[in-house]
Design a binder for this molecule. Sequence first.
Ligand code: SF4
Length: 240
Amino acid sequence: MSDPITLAIAAIRPSDKAVLQEQGVDKSHSISPAVRDLVIRAMDSFSATANPVAIMEELSVVDFAGIYHGEGQNDSEASLKDIFPRADRMALFALTIGLEISNTIENLLSGNDIALGYTLDTVASLAADNAAGLLGNLFSDRLLYDSKMNGDNWVLGYSPGYCGWHISGQKKLFQHLKPYLIGISLNDSYLMQPLKSVTGVLIAGNKEIHRFKPNFTFCRACRTKSCHARLRALNIERNE
Ligand code: SF4
């Protein structure tokens, strides 16, 4: 097993702007002192209770094929099935923002301070996304060091439960990576505990392998359309 990677809180803390945007606050309106105070308190609570840690382990395309197949429930249209066989390198990952912050959110939402709980939940969710991005950068740096990357190579993450990779894929991923060693458990519904945890695979390869048209049948039910920004970035930026 790879050693646990401690992630710096400052490196994954979202900006105030990102938190407000995620909560649907119209950026053209001025922020009331009460809302500003709420965000400050949520950020303070995040810094006091987050304990971000991750594990990452490289594996071969052949090994990942078995993990990806999982329980045989993936959507036949899933883009990842065409992406991973063309990868140069790949790594499974799991990360968590920690149990204490999840318990704090639960406690606040159960009645102690619902507004603060809701805002802290937003901060923690954005921080978990940022942590996944940070791990992608760490993997990219590792490949740069090994001279396996160039300007046309990208590292992007894909997770079970999204874009046709069935959530039951968590079972084989957990068997292989053992995220319980950093405190993440999986229940029978494939839900992780602590809740603010992310698992998936980081795929490194020519940026063209990550390109697809997001018009699969399952896209109709997608609320985030999170691939759109990534696909736009493929056209305009380098992933270095
Ligand atoms: S639209 Fe949603 S479901 Fe479809 S590929 Fe993009 S992120 Fe995935």
